[in-house]
Design a protein around this ligand. Structure first.
Ligand SMILES: [Fe+2]
Length: 135
C-alpha cells in the first residue's frame, strides 16, 4: 500500500487537474520509498527538487485556469500555494543534513497538506470550474 492512496473523493471534476494531483501523489509516494530505503541526503534532496518543480508547474496551471475563469477566491488560493512551496523549500534545506526526523516531519506535512488542500481548498473551485465549462 502506498503512503498516500488516491481516493475518488479527491476528484475536483476537472480531468487534467485530477491527473496532475495523481502525479503529485506519485512523487510523494516515491519520496516515501526513497526515505524508507534509508535514502541518502542527496537522493532525498533530488526527489524534493522533483516535487518542488512539479508542484510549481501544477500550481501555475491551476492558477491560470482560475484566473482565466474569474475565480473570486484566487488570491487566497495563490497565497496558500506560495506558503506551501516556501515550507517545502525550508524542509529541503533541513533535509541536506540527512536527518531522519526532518524526513518524517516532511512526509507528515506533505500528506496532511495535500489531502487537506485538495479536499478543502481545491474542492471550493470545483463547482466554479465545472459550472463555467457547462455555461
Ligand atoms: Fe490548489
Amino acid at each position: 500500500m502506498s503512503f498516500i492512496e488516491w481516493r475518488s473523493e479527491f476528484s475536483v471534476g476537472v480531468q487534467e487537474i485530477d491527473t496532475q494531483h495523481r502525479r503529485l501523489l506519485d512523487i510523494i509516494n516515491q519520496m516515501h520509498e526513497a526515505m524508507k530505503m534509508g535514502g541518502k541526503a542527496g537522493a532525498v534532496t533530488e526527489v524534493i527538487n522533483d516535487l518542488i518543480g512539479y508542484t510549481r508547474y501544477h500550481f501555475a496551471y491551476e492558477e491560470k485556469l482560475l484566473e482565466g475563469t474569474g475565480y473570486p477566491e484566487l488570491e487566497e488560493h495563490r497565497r496558500k500555494h506560495r506558503a506551501m512551496v516556501a515550507q517545502v523549500e525550508a524542509f529541503r534545506s533541513q533535509a541536506k543534513t540527512g536527518s531522519a526526523a526532518v524526513s518524517l516531519k516532511l512526509m507528515g506535512f506533505l500528506k496532511d497538506w495535500l489531502t487537506r488542500h485538495i479536499l478543502e481548498t481545491d474542492k471550493r473551485y470545483s463547482a466554479h470550474l465545472t459550472g463555467y465549462r457547462a455555461a
